[in-house]
Design a protein around this ligand. Sequence first.
Ligand SMILES: [Zn+2]
Length: 157
Amino acid sequence: MAHAEMNALIGLKESEHPNIRSYILYTTMEPCHMCFGTAVMMNIRNIHYAADDGFAGATSLNEKLDYIKRKSVNIVKIGEELEAFQLILQSAYEYKRKHPRIENILSRWREVNNLAIDIAKELYGSGYFERARDENKSIEDIYSEVIMKYLNTKIRL
Ligand SMILES: [Zn+2]
């Protein structure tokens, strides 16, 4: 249950946050069933996320379940660059931790952005993220370098 959204929501008491319906839950990956359901039940009515999660994302429930539809949850997907960056980081992490279902997960994420997964594989294989850590690169520098690689590769295709 230790997903980032759950960790953010768990200490939030509506009695201490009477305007909770106006809050925005920002998350890099599309929330899963557990996190989306928890946010809805806690009266969060705005969710902004960067990357579609074709493997475990659950925001499509917003339109499919009458109960949730009545809550009028406003879901906003942030732009393509942030989605690509998130998928690259998360995919590189899955390569690193050798997730037992990695091919299944990555094939679903490839349906969202195939190029991002190719770049994640290349950057992970070249040791880019380990070097960036060892060199204490800032997240801003890592973002710039990764996105430049993504955009330059996209232009060449
Ligand atoms: Zn989750």
